[in-house]
Design a protein around this ligand. Structure first.
Ligand code: SF4
Ligand code: SF4
Length: 95
């Protein structure tokens, strides 16, 4: 099955660089920046475009720095179909 496409928005001025989100990301998609924010912290940045929208990073962040988004399909897509219900049943599930 295809992975869900996600994305995050980072409020860099609120980040204190504690790295909790970096450890929590199963995609290894986050890293510390090489610049400091106005408070003098190395903030978090995305290093990969592989976010699945799992929300781990936002859940562990103590300062509400991260917003997580998931891409939604604009049109309906059939993912399963059941036919021949009066005889032998054929079930087709899209991978
Ligand atoms: S939502 Fe999940 S995959 Fe995306 S950056 Fe956060 S922890 Fe990583
Ligand atoms: S958990 Fe929050 S405060 Fe800590 S580094 Fe990540 S975004 Fe910054």
């Amino acid at each position: 099955m295809a992975k869900v496409k996600g994305d995050i928005i980072i409020d860099i001025e609120k980040c204190k660089g504690c790295e909790l989100c970096i450890s929590a990301c199963p995609q290894d998609g986050l890293e510390k920046s090489r610049q400091v924010n106005k408070k003098g912290y190395l903030y978090v940045v995305k290093i990969e475009d592989n976010c699945t929208g799992c929300t781990n990073c936002a859940l562990v962040c103590p300062d509400g720095v991260l917003k997580v988004y998931r891409e939604t399909k604009k049109k309906k897509e059939k993912v399963a179909e059941i036919t021949n219900v009066t005889g032998d049943i054929t079930v087709t599930v899209k991978e």
